[in-house]
Design a protein around this ligand. Structure first.
Ligand code: FES
Length: 162
């Protein structure tokens, strides 16, 4: 039997800090922050990790699964070393994001939610990232926003992501 999942003291302190922002009977309000912390530590969210978060926040596991499966920044299976999420919502699509997504797929040889065979890059489709004026927009590993991504900039990015 596998050892039960837990998180590092550092991650637990971050979750406690998020929980402290809400009334004591609303610990579940910190679920998105807790899932982000858990994913940052583990790399992705296994069922066991989500169960741990549920238990830590005193929530039914299914409520945690619902949140984790709704938002595209959470990964329910392992990803490559780098995750590139491209916004394909309408304002970005009208500014070339659809072509950019096709260029990424063709260049990487993978589709959305797939990882290159060398485990380097996972490609995902995302929702509006609040930077519609800077389309096409990518987010790298949920943290770094990349704007106005021309094909030339994509070529450079893919070279840089070793
Ligand atoms: S629609 Fe793409 S960032 Fe807003």
């Amino acid at each position: 039997m596998n050892a039960p999942v837990t998180l590092s003291p550092d991650s637990l302190a971050k979750i406690d800090k998020a929980v402290a922002k809400y009334p004591p009977d609303r610990k579940d309000s910190a679920v998105m922050a807790a899932l982000t912390v858990a994913q940052d530590e583990k790399g992705w969210l296994s069922t066991e990790t989500m169960d741990f978060v549920a238990q830590y926040l005193g929530m039914p596991p299914v409520a945690v699964y619902e949140v984790a499966s709704f938002y595209t920044m959470y990964d329910l299976k392992p990803t490559g070393k780098y995750k590139l999420t491209i916004c394909t919502n309408l304002p970005c699509a009208l500014q070339g994001a659809t072509n950019t997504a096709e260029y990424l797929k063709k260049t990487l040889g993978i589709g959305f939610n797939e990882t290159t065979p060398d485990g380097r890059i996972t490609l995902k489709e995302g929702e509006c990232m609040g930077a519609c004026g800077d389309a096409p927009v990518l987010i790298q590993n949920n943290k770094k926003m990349l704007c106005a991504m021309s094909n030339e900039k994509i070529d450079q990015l893919l070279k840089d992501l070793k």
